[in-house]
Design a protein around this ligand. Structure first.
Ligand code: ATP
Length: 537
């Protein structure tokens, strides 16, 4: 039986949501392409985010839970920025993971993503390691059985000790059996690996010409903070939003699009007075959580997880992750969809004064080299804010809700996937796959279907299609039996099917079938547009 995740990946390929990048050449690990339906779905998600956060935001009224009314605006910054940006942001020094290589299998793993358990058998004690995931326990057992050359009936000879833990806690690498290795001790010492992709600007190669593809969109907002202040009449508190590509040379891209090397982020930097920052942090954390539930993610598969003090970035006074129970994870496990972080004034001050030393709490001082000079020089520009009403001048604090468009797309796809039964044209129940996507997100909003391909029905249906197409993404289909056409639409999440039948020709009404309730309403042709508009928002 394929797992739910395998079924979702297969549907994504079959129906044109997501393809492996450069697939005809065997694909490229960590890179994905969105197909004809996937591009619409992802655009709808980004559009929903932009509208809800920026264009439809009411600057004049305090939303529920917000300390006061605030403004929202947007930016679209370049992917390659001045290399100093990444030195001051901390990415150049700190943005790395530890990785280990297996000398035998030649595979590379992120050290913290290797999980395992101690086991003893035949007088030998080993740490069996496997890659974290849905089948972790099974993988560990299989590997231990294979290594100790045991058959199923001898499983009892394995004496497991302690819980499953991260391999990072195991000092003696010689006693780790790596995931695909035949012998223990094949892993190298963990090595640092910078996650930023390097590139060359201009014709000359060399250290001076090298730059980075941005690993997050946030820094573009910080370095434009002054431009936004100077070019608009915006006042604090306000937020700047940006959607765009980010790149991270992830060591082990996996779980479909969840961990990719090229992905899109939807980020807000919200600037406020330091005294109000905790209230704004709570506001954004709760508001962003609600955004996902309003668009259809089930609350019992979502979790708002406040970071423990030990997990917080040194300068952060609070971070919460919005996490989703993705089907590729073990039961009770959640994966990050979005992080909402209270970043204090770390970023603006670093770009102003020079990279701050994140350990120099509570005041945060500029990090210096041995000669006492700033390790990475800031821009020297004044990035503080002057309140023209009170005269107060200060460096704003920042709340950062940082979401991934690809992870959101994946979560909505996983949530939408259902298998159930629906009656065919003869009233017999047939199994179907139905994507219960929220109508705002569905790639196709409605299908227009003539019941049969004769008696003038196609002409009437095409007329309706042309009229609706001016406003909505609608699809016309006259091929195959009506039941099959319904199922094709269910499988891609089309919320409504408009069918032109014999009655349409007599009384100018169509049936509109609801994907989820299967209820059929008779609606006058003239009213189809307003009927859809009322349901699609
Ligand atoms: P993780 O711990 O999963 O690597 P992160 O904490 O490094 O994520 P952030 O730096 O907070 O992630 O980035 C903000 C958001 O960007 C994440 O919540 C996620 O939605 C998205 N994101 C980050 N890395 C990736 C990736 N490799 N592939 C897809 N989306 C990503």
């Amino acid at each position: 039986m394929p797992t739910t995740m395998e079924k979702i990946v297969s549907l994504c390929k079959r129906r044109g949501f997501v393809f492996p990048s450069s697939e005809i050449y065997g694909g490229l690990n960590g890179f994905w392409d969105y197909g004809p339906l996937g591009v619409e779905l992802k655009r709808n998600i980004k559009e929903a985010w932009w509208r809800d956060m920026v264009t439809r935001h009411d600057d004049l009224t305090a939303p529920p839970g917000a300390p006061e009314a605030f403004e929202m605006t947007g930016l679209d910054c370049s992917i390659i920025m001045h290399p100093q940006v990444w030195k001051c942001s901390g990415h150049f020094d700190l943005f790395h993971d530890f990785m280990v290589d297996c000398r035998e299998s030649r595979k590379r793993y992120r050290h913290d993503q290797l999980k395992g358990r101690w086991v003893e058998a035949k007088g030998q004690q080993l740490f069996i390691a496997a890659e974290d995931g849905e089948s972790l326990e099974e993988d560990l057992k299989r590997q231990a059985m294979k290594y100790f050359n045991l058959r199923g009936k001898d499983e009892g000879l394995l004496q497991w000790q302690g819980e499953i833990v991260s391999a990072t806690g195991v000092q003696d690498l010689g006693r780790i059996l790596a995931p695909h290795a035949k012998e223990p001790g094949t892993l190298t010492e963990p090595r640092e690996f910078n996650l930023m992709f390097k590139t060359i600007v201009g014709a000359l190669s060399g250290e001076d010409a090298s730059a980075f593809l941005r690993p997050e969109t946030a820094q573009g907002i910080f370095v434009n903070f002054k431009n936004v202040l100077d070019s608009t009449r915006i006042r604090l508190p306000f937020g700047i939003a940006q959607i765009g590509k980010s790149f991270r040379n992830e060591i082990t891209p996996r779980n479909f699009t969840f961990r990719s090397r090229e992905f899109e982020q939807m980020e807000i930097e919200f600037f406020c007075h330091p005294a109000q920052s905790q209230d704004w942090y709570r506001y954004w954390r709760d508001r962003r959580f609600r955004w996902y539930t309003e668009l259809g993610l089930a609350e019992d598969r979502l979790r708002l997880r406040e970071h423990e003090p030990s997990e917080l970035s040194h300068y952060s006074c609070g971070t919460a992750d919005i996490e989703y129970a993705f089907p590729f994870l073990a039961a009770d496990d959640f994966g990050e969809l979005e992080g909402v972080a209270h970043r204090g004034d770390f970023d603006l001050r670093s770009h102003m004064e020079g990279k701050l030393d994140p350990h120099s709490k509570p005041d945060l001082r500029v990090e210096t080299s041995e000669d006492g000079k700033p390790k990475w020089r800031g821009s020297g520009k004044d990035l503080s804010y002057r309140d023209d009403l009170t005269g107060e001048k200060y460096v704003p604090h920042v709340i950062e809700p940082s979401a991934g468009a690809d992870r959101a797309t994946l979560a909505f796809l996983c949530e939408a996937y259902h298998e159930d039964e629906a009656p065919d044209e003869k009233g017999e129940l047939q199994s179907r796959v139905v994507m219960r996507l929220h109508p705002r997100l569905a790639p196709i909003k409605a299908a227009v279907l003539p019941l049969v391909k004769k008696d003038g029905m196609p002409e009437v249906a095409q007329e309706i299609y042309r009229r609706l197409k001016k406003r909505f993404s609608v699809f016309y289909d006259e091929k195959a039996a009506i039941g099959r056409r319904y199922r094709r639409q269910d499988e891609v999440g089309t919320p409504f099917c408009l069918t032109v039948d014999g009655e349409t020709l007599r009384d100018q009404t169509v049936t509109i079938r609801d994907r989820d309730s299967l209820q059929q309403d008779r609606v006058p042709v003239e009213e189809c547009e307003s009927w859809l508009l009322a349901r699609l928002g």
